[in-house]
Ligand binder design. Sequence first.
Ligand code: OGA
Ligand code: MN
Length: 291
Amino acid sequence: MGGKLSLIASELSPRMGSDVKISKADLVGGAHAKEIRALLDQRGVLLFRGIAPEDRELRAIARTLGDLRIGGVKRGADGKVLNEGEEGVLKVSLDEKVNPDYARFLIGNHLWHMDGTYEEIPPLATLFTPFKLSKTGGDTMFANTYAAFEDLPGEEKAAFEKLNVVHMMQAGLFPAKRNCTVEEFAVWASYPPRSYPLVWHHRSGRKSLVLSTSAAYVEDMHPAESHDLLQRLIAHATQDKYVYRHKWQMGDLVMWDNTGAMHRVLPFDRESGREFHRCTLNGEEPITAAA
Ligand code: OGA
Ligand code: MN
């Protein structure tokens, strides 16, 4: 039913995000799964208003699109895998009572980042739906790292394609909590660093910048130059023209492409109980440079 019809979508901003009109039944049934995957790749963020999926529906929608992540990938200091969710649904909240294992990592969500840059293959995409909103703040912003690469001058593109960047959890979390304890820092630092190319040659043939607060330093570059370059690139990639800012309504379902976008949440009241339910799709291709 409806499988042959094409999706009705309109742009949320010129270079980032589309608002897609589709019924919940069609989403859950996967009627347009292929088209949705293609549109997500092109547009970085997809918004479906008025869906209000229950957890089981969120899982079902996720499964029509890819490999739903079940269980955690992060490990605690004791080596045990942290509980990131229930059967694939993670509760995103700063409240340790809502998510005891995971809440303390979420302060990093306030800074521009990609998810899972401590993993060999970062997640493909996220499905995100509000459970409780904060009355103030808490918009989520998305920046298109394909477009940011595309617009660079040719000589910079060529130079950046040769660079590798080391990502570390402490680089992502320390700026979000400068007054951390030594113990907190030790937990962040216990996650192994990962080296990724700065420019990702996707299997699709498209190229994107691999940027995130977790980008600690450029390999084989003086630390000062590396710092300045990474700051400059994050500033470049997060200019208004590459960004869509989402103001949440209850019922929204948003999907973001974690391979060609960064995201961040704007400050909100910690006491607001802001909570989202999230499904993560496992990554399907490692970050690779030009052959
Ligand atoms: C995340 C994240 C942003 C938000 O769940 O990875 O960055 O708006 N969330 O809560
Ligand atoms: Mn995130």
